[in-house]
Design a binder for this molecule. Structure first.
Ligand SMILES: CC(C)(COP(=O)(O)OP(=O)(O)OC[C@H]1O[C@@H](n2cnc3c(N)ncnc32)[C@H](O)[C@@H]1OP(=O)(O)O)[C@@H](O)C(=O)NCCC(=O)NCCS
Length: 174
């Protein structure tokens, strides 16, 4: 699998991966959020990567902008969504998509990467729920709200309330 930046031509393949990877109760919402984010001026820069093998897209990941209130200098992103086609799961593709994204965000000077997801999975990929960053909305499972530090500087540890882009503003998404 090669990891590369997504192009507009990948639209259908990304949609297909999301619909196949996610549970029927959430796939339509996840696909909508992904494409809303890609076109959302308030979420830029958006980084979309795909994992491709022999011309077939088997995984996708999206990173988009969020902010910590009163910390304008802190460059923050959120990972959402990440999906790997069921036939390709368990071969490290999800982890490679995360690490490629992290490297690209680090080269942009990003400081923090948030995720709302399974603590067991993301805990194995450098994310931790041990922080002082408040999510945009109250959560049923606060331990699913995690952060990964991307650069060593004074921003980490200050904490604060996280604000999200327009595409993620709907409370039901949290
Ligand atoms: C979660 C997901 C992206 C992982 O992709 P992947 O390429 O299979 O992941 P990797 O190969 O890097 O890692 C596999 C490991 O993660 C574990 N894992 C996979 N999904 C997990 C989950 N939801 N919770 C906990 N662990 C999980 C596997 O058991 C495996 O563990 P092992 O290495 O100890 O055997 C993929 O399973 C998926 O698309 N799931 C459906 C959509 C989803 O839940 N996306 C994440 C929320 S945004």
């Amino acid at each position: 699998m090669k990891i590369r930046a997504a192009t507009p031509d990948d639209h259908d393949a990304i949609n297909e991966v999301i619909l196949d990877a996610f549970d029927s109760s959430e796939r339509a919402v996840v696909a909508k959020v992904a494409f809303d984010l890609i076109g959302d001026a308030t979420a830029q820069p958006v980084l979309a990567l795909v994992a491709e093998h022999s011309g077939k897209v088997g995984g996708m990941i999206l990173f988009s902008r969020v902010w910590v209130e009163e910390q304008a200098a802190c460059s923050c992103f959120i990972l959402c969504p990440l999906g790997v086609h069921p036939a390709e799961q368990g071969h490290g593709i999800g982890g490679r998509l995360i690490e490629e994204g992290v490297q690209r965000l680090q080269s942009l000077g990003a400081d923090l990467l948030f995720v709302l997801g399974d603590p067991k999975y993301y805990g194995n990929h450098g994310f931790s729920a041990d922080h002082n960053y408040e999510p945009p909305y109250p959560l049923a499972y606060p331990e699913a709200w995690m952060v990964r530090r991307l650069n060593v500087n004074e921003h980490f540890g200050r904490g604060g309330k996280v604000r999200c882009s327009r595409s993620l503003e709907s409370e039901e998404l949290w």
